[in-house]
Ligand binder design. Structure first.
Ligand SMILES: O=C(O)CCC(=O)C(=O)O
Ligand SMILES: [Fe+2]
Length: 396
């Protein structure tokens, strides 16, 4: 959060102001955190740890047998939890507890030494707000969250000296965690490819290059998110609704709960914490690559007044140098693009994006519902520019 004077205010510091104990000491939250009425969560009891929610849980001990279930979950939910995934529970617990330690035990002074640059997109380190595409910065509603982002792959981006050393093995732990998550992401992408009827390395090759280049081309970030207790969970959000921009996110949460998936575009469903499970979230590139057969999962995080909540999200993004996307029906790609524009931006911003990208479009009910474009390459390049933020290689 950048205050009026330009200084960065941390949500944790705000929540703890005056108490120093981790217990929130503010009765009302500052107006910048108050969601407009239509975005405020309707709070219900929700499932407790391990409870029933409907979010699919896939047992990966039978890899072959899991394929169909994975396909169904990708189509219907855009996400699912996996168990027996091959990553040790010890490593998951160590990462959760180190993440909590980072926020709870490390002094603010120490954390601030690793602050990310609030003016640079996707900068590494300690932060409190993600950069968004907005016309009016004053109108942005802030998330009730602080985070620490680590750049972990390709190895040329991995510089552990940019990570704090509050625990003697923290840097080694993050590196080991990142390696295991990458292995799992590759296995899952091959399962997802197969479930689409494609060769197992198909998606992986398209987003990261052929096998021999793979080591250099996987893009991965590990983000530890900390949601301090919030006195007004009815008015705020830990994280606003979004879908992730890359290919695949692997998320581990603690037992507090608060993450929700949007089912069928209207129903927010809480993902029950399961200590040995990892939540797999399809991100936008996988939706695009599957021609919209699978969807990226819109999700958000609630706040609660009692407990701090911790999550560790590992994002796997496409290479910044490859430009190929799978495409078998032009119409599908157009449909996906229209939907992404509509869900990511306000109608005004959607129109502005379409105009800027030279696309023709029609607007119904305030949303861009159809993009009319005679040149498929232009549409795809527009998608890639928005996702990669830069000029990209020729398509397909
Ligand atoms: O904290 C969570 O559960 C969600 C985190 C997330 O969605 C993100 O960082 O993109
Ligand atoms: Fe996310």
């Amino acid at each position: 959060m950048v205050g009026g004077g330009g200084e960065v205010v941390r949500v944790q510091a705000l929540a703890e102001s005056g108490s120093g104990s981790g217990v929130p000491n503010i009765i009302n939250v500052p107006s910048q955190f108050i969601q407009p009425p239509e975005k405020r969560p309707v709070l219900g009891p929700g499932p407790g740890p391990g409870g029933e929610s409907g979010v699919p849980v896939v047992d990966l001990s039978d890899w072959e047998g899991a394929r169909e279930e994975v396909g169904r979950a990708c189509r219907d939910w855009g996400g699912f939890q996996v168990r027996n995934h091959g990553v040790g529970i010890g490593l998951l617990n160590q990462m959760r507890s180190a993440g909590l330690h980072l926020f709870r035990e490390c002094s603010m002074e120490e954390k601030l030494r690793y602050s990310c640059d609030p003016h640079t997109p996707a900068s590494e380190g300690y932060g409190s707000r993600m950069l968004q595409v907005v016309d009016n910065i004053e109108s942005v509603v802030l998330d009730w969250r602080d985070y620490f982002d680590h750049h972990t792959f390709p190895l040329s981006r991995r510089d552990p000296t940019r990570w704090p050393q509050f625990l003697p093995n923290y840097r080694e732990l993050v590196a080991a965690y990142s390696d295991e998550m990458k292995k799992l992401a590759l296995k899952l992408l091959s399962l997802i490819s197969q479930s689409l009827g494609l060769p197992s390395s198909c998606i992986q090759d398209k987003i990261w290059g052929e096998e021999e280049e793979e080591e250099e081309e996987v893009y991965q970030n590990v983000t530890v998110s900390y949601y301090p207790p919030c006195p007004r969970p009815d008015l705020t959000l830990g994280l606003q609704p979004h879908s992730d921009m890359g290919a695949l996110t692997l998320l581990v949460q603690d037992d507090v709960g608060g993450l929700q998936l949007l089912k069928d575009d209207h129903n927010w469903v809480t993902v029950p914490p399961i200590s040995d499970a990892i939540l797999v979230l399809l991100a936008d590139q996988t939706e695009i690559i599957s021609n919209g057969k699978y969807r990226s999962a819109p999700h958000r995080a609630l706040t609660n007044p009692h407990y701090p909540r911790l999550s560790v999200a590992t994002f796997h993004d496409p290479s910044k140098t490859l430009g190929g996307l799978l495409r078998d029906q032009r119409g599908d790609v157009y449909g996906v693009f229209a939907r992404r524009v509509a869900t990511r931006f306000s109608p005004e911003a959607a129109e502005a994006v379409a105009v800027r990208e030279g696309l023709q479009f029609s607007i119904q009910s305030g949303f861009v519902v159809h993009v009319i474009e005679t040149n498929a390459a232009t549409v795809l390049q527009a998608i890639q520019r928005r996702i990669f933020g830069s000029q990209i290689a020729p398509l397909i």
